[in-house]
Design a protein around this ligand. Structure first.
Ligand code: CU
Length: 407
Protein backbone atom coordinates (compact mmCIF):
# COMPACT_ATOMS: atom_id res chain seq x y z
CA UNK A 1 0.00 0.00 0.00
CA UNK A 2 1.40 3.37 0.87
CA UNK A 3 5.17 3.35 1.07
CA UNK A 4 6.29 2.98 4.64
CA UNK A 5 9.76 4.38 4.52
CA UNK A 6 11.38 5.76 1.40
CA UNK A 7 15.08 5.31 1.96
CA UNK A 8 15.93 7.40 -1.09
CA UNK A 9 14.13 10.32 0.47
CA UNK A 10 15.64 9.66 3.85
CA UNK A 11 19.12 10.13 2.48
CA UNK A 12 18.15 13.47 1.04
CA UNK A 13 16.25 14.44 4.16
CA UNK A 14 19.23 13.76 6.32
CA UNK A 15 21.43 15.95 4.17
CA UNK A 16 18.89 18.73 4.46
CA UNK A 17 18.80 18.47 8.19
CA UNK A 18 22.54 18.41 8.53
CA UNK A 19 22.83 21.54 6.48
CA UNK A 20 19.66 23.03 7.85
CA UNK A 21 19.14 25.49 5.05
CA UNK A 22 17.75 26.01 1.64
CA UNK A 23 21.18 25.47 0.13
CA UNK A 24 20.87 21.77 0.88
CA UNK A 25 18.43 21.39 -2.00
CA UNK A 26 20.87 22.76 -4.50
CA UNK A 27 23.73 20.76 -3.00
CA UNK A 28 21.80 17.50 -3.29
CA UNK A 29 20.93 18.22 -6.89
CA UNK A 30 24.47 19.16 -7.81
CA UNK A 31 25.81 16.05 -6.13
CA UNK A 32 23.68 14.02 -8.53
CA UNK A 33 21.07 12.75 -6.06
CA UNK A 34 18.75 10.97 -8.45
CA UNK A 35 15.40 12.31 -9.54
CA UNK A 36 15.27 15.32 -7.23
CA UNK A 37 13.77 18.41 -8.75
CA UNK A 38 16.18 21.30 -8.84
CA UNK A 39 14.61 23.91 -6.59
CA UNK A 40 14.13 27.37 -7.98
CA UNK A 41 16.44 29.40 -5.80
CA UNK A 42 15.38 32.78 -4.56
CA UNK A 43 18.11 35.37 -4.44
CA UNK A 44 19.19 34.63 -0.95
CA UNK A 45 21.96 36.01 1.09
CA UNK A 46 22.00 33.08 3.43
CA UNK A 47 23.59 33.20 6.79
CA UNK A 48 25.15 29.80 7.41
CA UNK A 49 23.07 28.18 10.09
CA UNK A 50 24.38 25.61 12.52
CA UNK A 51 22.13 22.56 12.64
CA UNK A 52 20.95 21.61 16.09
CA UNK A 53 22.40 18.26 17.20
CA UNK A 54 18.94 17.04 18.17
CA UNK A 55 17.86 17.14 14.55
CA UNK A 56 20.77 15.20 13.16
CA UNK A 57 20.53 12.52 15.84
CA UNK A 58 16.79 12.11 15.49
CA UNK A 59 16.97 12.03 11.70
CA UNK A 60 19.30 9.03 11.80
CA UNK A 61 16.80 7.19 13.94
CA UNK A 62 14.16 7.46 11.20
CA UNK A 63 16.04 5.11 8.90
CA UNK A 64 14.17 1.97 10.01
CA UNK A 65 13.45 0.49 6.62
CA UNK A 66 13.03 -3.01 8.07
CA UNK A 67 10.16 -2.02 10.40
CA UNK A 68 6.97 -4.07 10.21
CA UNK A 69 4.15 -2.62 8.10
CA UNK A 70 1.21 -1.21 10.06
CA UNK A 71 -1.86 -3.43 10.24
CA UNK A 72 -4.65 -1.39 8.72
CA UNK A 73 -7.17 -4.23 8.66
CA UNK A 74 -10.65 -3.01 9.43
CA UNK A 75 -9.99 0.65 8.91
CA UNK A 76 -12.22 2.50 6.49
CA UNK A 77 -11.03 5.59 4.66
CA UNK A 78 -12.73 8.96 4.83
CA UNK A 79 -11.68 12.19 3.21
CA UNK A 80 -11.70 15.38 5.27
CA UNK A 81 -12.11 18.54 3.22
CA UNK A 82 -10.07 21.21 4.93
CA UNK A 83 -11.44 24.75 5.16
CA UNK A 84 -9.94 28.16 5.79
CA UNK A 85 -9.69 29.47 9.36
CA UNK A 86 -11.49 30.56 11.52
CA UNK A 87 -13.76 27.72 10.38
CA UNK A 88 -13.53 24.02 11.18
CA UNK A 89 -13.97 21.09 8.80
CA UNK A 90 -17.13 19.03 9.13
CA UNK A 91 -16.68 16.64 12.02
CA UNK A 92 -18.38 14.56 14.69
CA UNK A 93 -17.90 15.51 18.35
CA UNK A 94 -18.58 11.93 19.42
CA UNK A 95 -17.14 9.38 16.99
CA UNK A 96 -19.47 6.88 15.39
CA UNK A 97 -18.14 3.53 14.26
CA UNK A 98 -14.62 2.20 14.36
CA UNK A 99 -11.43 4.24 13.99
CA UNK A 100 -10.81 5.48 10.46
CA UNK A 101 -8.04 6.58 8.17
CA UNK A 102 -8.66 10.28 7.62
CA UNK A 103 -7.22 11.50 4.33
CA UNK A 104 -6.28 15.16 4.08
CA UNK A 105 -4.29 17.11 1.51
CA UNK A 106 -2.32 20.27 2.07
CA UNK A 107 -0.81 22.34 -0.72
CA UNK A 108 2.04 24.59 0.30
CA UNK A 109 1.70 28.10 -0.99
CA UNK A 110 4.32 30.84 -0.77
CA UNK A 111 2.40 34.07 -1.20
CA UNK A 112 2.66 37.80 -0.66
CA UNK A 113 0.25 38.81 2.10
CA UNK A 114 -0.62 42.21 3.50
CA UNK A 115 -0.14 42.13 7.28
CA UNK A 116 -1.43 45.62 8.03
CA UNK A 117 -3.36 47.68 5.49
CA UNK A 118 -2.69 50.89 7.43
CA UNK A 119 1.08 50.70 7.16
CA UNK A 120 1.33 48.54 4.03
CA UNK A 121 3.39 46.02 5.98
CA UNK A 122 3.53 42.79 3.99
CA UNK A 123 5.22 39.42 4.08
CA UNK A 124 6.00 36.59 1.67
CA UNK A 125 4.07 34.16 3.82
CA UNK A 126 4.81 30.43 3.78
CA UNK A 127 1.50 28.67 4.15
CA UNK A 128 -0.30 25.36 4.27
CA UNK A 129 -3.28 25.69 1.91
CA UNK A 130 -2.80 29.44 1.54
CA UNK A 131 -3.88 30.58 4.99
CA UNK A 132 -2.21 31.75 8.20
CA UNK A 133 -2.69 29.69 10.30
CA UNK A 134 -2.86 26.49 8.26
CA UNK A 135 -6.20 24.66 8.28
CA UNK A 136 -7.57 22.90 11.35
CA UNK A 137 -7.47 19.11 10.98
CA UNK A 138 -9.76 17.02 13.19
CA UNK A 139 -9.58 13.34 14.13
CA UNK A 140 -10.56 11.13 17.07
CA UNK A 141 -8.25 9.06 19.22
CA UNK A 142 -7.51 5.81 17.39
CA UNK A 143 -7.88 7.31 13.92
CA UNK A 144 -5.03 7.56 11.46
CA UNK A 145 -4.30 10.88 9.80
CA UNK A 146 -2.99 10.36 6.27
CA UNK A 147 -1.64 13.61 4.91
CA UNK A 148 -0.65 14.25 1.32
CA UNK A 149 1.70 17.23 1.43
CA UNK A 150 2.36 18.89 -1.90
CA UNK A 151 5.02 21.50 -2.65
CA UNK A 152 4.23 22.90 -6.13
CA UNK A 153 7.11 23.52 -8.55
CA UNK A 154 6.21 27.22 -8.52
CA UNK A 155 7.45 27.49 -4.91
CA UNK A 156 11.00 28.50 -4.03
CA UNK A 157 11.66 26.55 -0.85
CA UNK A 158 11.86 23.17 0.77
CA UNK A 159 9.17 22.47 3.40
CA UNK A 160 7.94 19.72 5.71
CA UNK A 161 5.58 19.26 8.67
CA UNK A 162 6.05 18.43 12.35
CA UNK A 163 2.81 17.33 14.03
CA UNK A 164 3.10 17.75 17.81
CA UNK A 165 0.14 15.37 18.04
CA UNK A 166 2.08 12.53 16.43
CA UNK A 167 4.78 10.20 17.70
CA UNK A 168 8.24 9.70 16.23
CA UNK A 169 10.49 11.03 13.43
CA UNK A 170 10.40 14.64 14.66
CA UNK A 171 6.61 14.57 14.53
CA UNK A 172 6.81 13.45 10.92
CA UNK A 173 9.23 16.25 10.12
CA UNK A 174 11.96 13.73 9.34
CA UNK A 175 9.81 11.96 6.75
CA UNK A 176 8.13 14.83 4.94
CA UNK A 177 10.83 17.10 3.46
CA UNK A 178 9.54 18.12 0.04
CA UNK A 179 11.33 20.26 -2.51
CA UNK A 180 9.41 22.33 -5.07
CA UNK A 181 7.70 19.91 -7.44
CA UNK A 182 7.52 17.09 -4.87
CA UNK A 183 4.76 15.53 -2.79
CA UNK A 184 4.84 13.08 0.08
CA UNK A 185 2.33 11.03 2.08
CA UNK A 186 2.61 10.58 5.84
CA UNK A 187 0.31 8.42 7.94
CA UNK A 188 0.32 8.58 11.74
CA UNK A 189 -1.96 7.34 14.48
CA UNK A 190 -3.67 9.79 16.80
CA UNK A 191 -3.13 8.36 20.27
CA UNK A 192 -3.16 11.55 22.40
CA UNK A 193 -6.39 13.55 22.80
CA UNK A 194 -6.08 17.32 22.60
CA UNK A 195 -5.34 20.30 20.41
CA UNK A 196 -1.78 20.39 19.14
CA UNK A 197 0.34 22.67 17.02
CA UNK A 198 1.77 21.54 13.73
CA UNK A 199 4.42 23.51 11.89
CA UNK A 200 7.09 23.48 9.22
CA UNK A 201 10.62 22.64 10.42
CA UNK A 202 13.07 22.38 7.53
CA UNK A 203 16.14 22.68 9.78
CA UNK A 204 18.35 25.25 11.53
CA UNK A 205 17.32 28.90 11.29
CA UNK A 206 14.82 27.91 8.60
CA UNK A 207 12.63 26.50 11.40
CA UNK A 208 11.78 29.83 13.08
CA UNK A 209 11.89 31.53 9.67
CA UNK A 210 9.13 29.29 8.31
CA UNK A 211 7.11 29.28 11.54
CA UNK A 212 7.17 33.09 11.83
CA UNK A 213 6.19 33.34 8.17
CA UNK A 214 2.88 31.63 8.93
CA UNK A 215 3.66 27.95 8.50
CA UNK A 216 1.80 26.53 11.48
CA UNK A 217 -1.65 25.39 12.51
CA UNK A 218 -3.68 23.12 14.79
CA UNK A 219 -4.45 19.40 14.80
CA UNK A 220 -7.41 18.52 17.05
CA UNK A 221 -7.74 14.97 18.36
CA UNK A 222 -11.06 14.48 20.15
CA UNK A 223 -11.68 11.65 22.61
CA UNK A 224 -13.90 9.09 20.82
CA UNK A 225 -16.70 9.80 23.29
CA UNK A 226 -16.28 13.58 23.05
CA UNK A 227 -15.27 16.24 25.53
CA UNK A 228 -16.08 15.86 29.23
CA UNK A 229 -15.98 18.01 32.36
CA UNK A 230 -14.14 16.85 35.48
CA UNK A 231 -17.17 14.77 36.58
CA UNK A 232 -17.45 13.01 33.25
CA UNK A 233 -20.44 15.01 32.01
CA UNK A 234 -20.56 15.47 28.25
CA UNK A 235 -19.53 18.87 26.91
CA UNK A 236 -20.66 19.84 23.43
CA UNK A 237 -20.28 22.99 21.36
CA UNK A 238 -22.50 24.63 18.77
CA UNK A 239 -19.64 26.27 16.97
CA UNK A 240 -15.89 25.91 16.75
CA UNK A 241 -13.81 29.02 16.17
CA UNK A 242 -10.19 28.51 15.21
CA UNK A 243 -7.78 31.35 15.89
CA UNK A 244 -4.11 31.26 14.99
CA UNK A 245 -1.95 33.86 16.64
CA UNK A 246 1.03 34.79 14.52
CA UNK A 247 4.05 36.77 15.63
CA UNK A 248 5.83 38.42 12.69
CA UNK A 249 9.26 40.02 12.71
CA UNK A 250 9.16 42.28 9.67
CA UNK A 251 12.40 43.99 8.62
CA UNK A 252 12.46 47.80 8.46
CA UNK A 253 14.61 50.11 6.37
CA UNK A 254 16.80 52.93 7.73
CA UNK A 255 13.73 55.21 7.91
CA UNK A 256 11.81 52.72 9.99
CA UNK A 257 9.50 51.76 7.11
CA UNK A 258 8.65 48.11 6.55
CA UNK A 259 10.68 46.72 3.69
CA UNK A 260 9.13 44.93 0.74
CA UNK A 261 10.66 42.07 -1.22
CA UNK A 262 10.22 40.71 -4.71
CA UNK A 263 10.00 37.02 -3.97
CA UNK A 264 9.57 34.49 -1.19
CA UNK A 265 12.85 33.99 0.62
CA UNK A 266 14.33 37.37 -0.34
CA UNK A 267 13.83 38.60 3.22
CA UNK A 268 15.74 35.72 4.81
CA UNK A 269 18.87 37.52 6.04
CA UNK A 270 16.91 40.59 7.21
CA UNK A 271 14.37 38.34 8.92
CA UNK A 272 17.03 36.47 10.84
CA UNK A 273 18.29 39.82 12.18
CA UNK A 274 14.74 40.89 13.08
CA UNK A 275 13.98 37.55 14.77
CA UNK A 276 17.10 37.81 16.91
CA UNK A 277 15.55 40.79 18.71
CA UNK A 278 12.76 38.46 19.96
CA UNK A 279 10.50 41.53 19.65
CA UNK A 280 7.71 40.97 17.16
CA UNK A 281 6.62 43.85 14.93
CA UNK A 282 3.17 42.26 14.76
CA UNK A 283 1.19 39.71 16.69
CA UNK A 284 -2.00 39.07 14.78
CA UNK A 285 -4.91 36.68 14.61
CA UNK A 286 -5.40 34.76 11.37
CA UNK A 287 -2.61 36.31 9.41
CA UNK A 288 -3.28 40.04 9.39
CA UNK A 289 -4.32 42.97 11.55
CA UNK A 290 -8.14 43.04 11.60
CA UNK A 291 -8.62 39.63 9.95
CA UNK A 292 -11.21 38.74 12.62
CA UNK A 293 -12.81 42.16 13.14
CA UNK A 294 -15.26 44.11 10.96
CA UNK A 295 -16.32 41.88 8.06
CA UNK A 296 -14.22 39.08 9.53
CA UNK A 297 -15.83 39.24 12.99
CA UNK A 298 -17.13 35.94 14.32
CA UNK A 299 -20.90 35.69 14.70
CA UNK A 300 -22.69 33.93 17.53
CA UNK A 301 -26.01 33.96 19.42
CA UNK A 302 -26.94 34.20 23.07
CA UNK A 303 -27.21 30.63 24.38
CA UNK A 304 -24.70 29.27 21.88
CA UNK A 305 -21.65 27.44 23.13
CA UNK A 306 -18.46 28.19 21.28
CA UNK A 307 -15.21 26.22 21.43
CA UNK A 308 -12.35 28.63 20.84
CA UNK A 309 -9.23 26.82 19.62
CA UNK A 310 -6.13 28.99 19.82
CA UNK A 311 -2.78 28.18 18.23
CA UNK A 312 0.57 29.81 18.96
CA UNK A 313 3.43 27.85 17.47
CA UNK A 314 6.24 30.12 18.60
CA UNK A 315 5.46 32.46 21.47
CA UNK A 316 3.49 32.54 24.73
CA UNK A 317 0.08 34.16 24.72
CA UNK A 318 -2.80 34.76 27.10
CA UNK A 319 -6.24 34.77 25.47
CA UNK A 320 -9.07 36.64 27.18
CA UNK A 321 -12.67 37.16 26.10
CA UNK A 322 -13.60 40.68 27.23
CA UNK A 323 -17.06 40.52 28.81
CA UNK A 324 -17.08 36.71 28.95
CA UNK A 325 -15.15 33.83 30.44
CA UNK A 326 -13.58 30.49 29.80
CA UNK A 327 -16.31 28.22 31.20
CA UNK A 328 -14.16 25.18 30.46
CA UNK A 329 -10.53 25.60 29.50
CA UNK A 330 -7.89 23.17 28.34
CA UNK A 331 -5.13 25.72 28.35
CA UNK A 332 -2.38 23.15 27.84
CA UNK A 333 -4.41 21.61 25.05
CA UNK A 334 -4.70 18.15 26.59
CA UNK A 335 -8.22 16.70 26.37
CA UNK A 336 -6.91 13.86 28.53
CA UNK A 337 -7.00 16.23 31.50
CA UNK A 338 -10.13 17.62 33.14
CA UNK A 339 -10.75 21.18 31.96
CA UNK A 340 -10.24 24.09 34.29
CA UNK A 341 -13.39 26.13 34.90
CA UNK A 342 -14.37 29.77 35.12
CA UNK A 343 -11.11 31.29 33.93
CA UNK A 344 -10.79 34.97 33.14
CA UNK A 345 -7.61 34.58 31.10
CA UNK A 346 -5.78 31.47 30.04
CA UNK A 347 -2.18 30.83 29.17
CA UNK A 348 -1.07 29.15 25.98
CA UNK A 349 2.58 28.23 25.83
CA UNK A 350 4.46 29.03 22.66
CA UNK A 351 4.57 25.82 20.67
CA UNK A 352 1.10 24.64 21.59
CA UNK A 353 -2.61 25.02 21.05
CA UNK A 354 -5.25 25.46 23.73
CA UNK A 355 -9.03 25.42 23.82
CA UNK A 356 -11.69 27.26 25.79
CA UNK A 357 -15.45 26.76 25.81
CA UNK A 358 -17.95 29.52 26.55
CA UNK A 359 -21.72 29.88 26.40
CA UNK A 360 -22.72 33.45 25.52
CA UNK A 361 -25.17 35.03 27.96
CA UNK A 362 -25.41 38.59 26.61
CA UNK A 363 -25.62 40.10 23.15
CA UNK A 364 -23.12 42.65 21.87
CA UNK A 365 -19.56 42.85 20.67
CA UNK A 366 -16.97 40.91 22.62
CA UNK A 367 -13.29 41.47 21.99
CA UNK A 368 -11.19 38.32 22.11
CA UNK A 369 -7.64 39.44 22.76
CA UNK A 370 -4.17 38.53 23.83
CA UNK A 371 -4.36 40.12 27.29
CA UNK A 372 -0.93 41.50 26.95
CA UNK A 373 -2.95 44.54 25.90
CA UNK A 374 0.01 46.13 24.19
CA UNK A 375 0.01 43.19 21.81
CA UNK A 376 -3.78 43.38 21.47
CA UNK A 377 -4.00 47.12 20.76
CA UNK A 378 -0.66 47.94 19.15
CA UNK A 379 0.47 44.71 17.52
CA UNK A 380 -2.88 43.43 16.26
CA UNK A 381 -3.93 40.53 18.50
CA UNK A 382 -7.66 41.31 18.59
CA UNK A 383 -10.72 39.48 17.27
CA UNK A 384 -14.40 40.34 17.67
CA UNK A 385 -17.38 38.15 18.43
CA UNK A 386 -20.65 39.79 17.43
CA UNK A 387 -23.39 38.14 19.48
CA UNK A 388 -27.10 38.47 18.76
CA UNK A 389 -29.84 38.01 21.31
CA UNK A 390 -31.72 39.61 24.14
CA UNK A 391 -30.00 41.66 26.82
CA UNK A 392 -30.28 40.25 30.35
CA UNK A 393 -30.68 43.06 32.87
CA UNK A 394 -30.36 40.59 35.72
CA UNK A 395 -26.72 40.13 34.78
CA UNK A 396 -25.88 43.79 34.02
CA UNK A 397 -27.77 47.05 33.77
CA UNK A 398 -26.77 50.61 33.17
CA UNK A 399 -28.61 52.16 36.08
CA UNK A 400 -27.59 55.75 35.25
CA UNK A 401 -26.19 56.70 31.87
CA UNK A 402 -23.13 58.93 32.10
CA UNK A 403 -24.16 62.49 33.06
CA UNK A 404 -22.71 65.57 34.74
CA UNK A 405 -21.96 64.87 38.39
CA UNK A 406 -24.75 66.23 40.54
CA UNK A 407 -27.19 66.84 37.67
CU1 CU B 1 8.11 25.57 5.32
Amino acid sequence: MTKFVDTQNLKVNRRNMLRGSLLAGAAAAVAGTAAKAQPVMPRLNIVKSRPLPVHTVAAEKTAQANAKPADLTGYTRVRQELVQPPFAPEHEQVATGDPKIIEVTMDIEEKLMVVDEDTGASIWALTYNGSVPGPLIIAHVGDYVELTLRNPASNAMEHNIDFHASTGALGGGGLTHVFPGEETVLRWKAIKPGVFTYHCAPGGAMIPYHVTHGMNGTMMVLPRDGLKDKDGNQLTYDKLVYVGEQDYYLPRDENGEFKSYEAAGDDYADSVDAMRTLVPTHSVFNGAVGALTGDGAIKAKVGETVLMVHNQANRDTRPHLIGGHGDFVWENGSFGDAPQTGLETWFIRGGSSGAAMYTFKQPGVYAYVNHNLIEAALLGATAHFVVEGEWDNSLMEQVVAPRQIGS
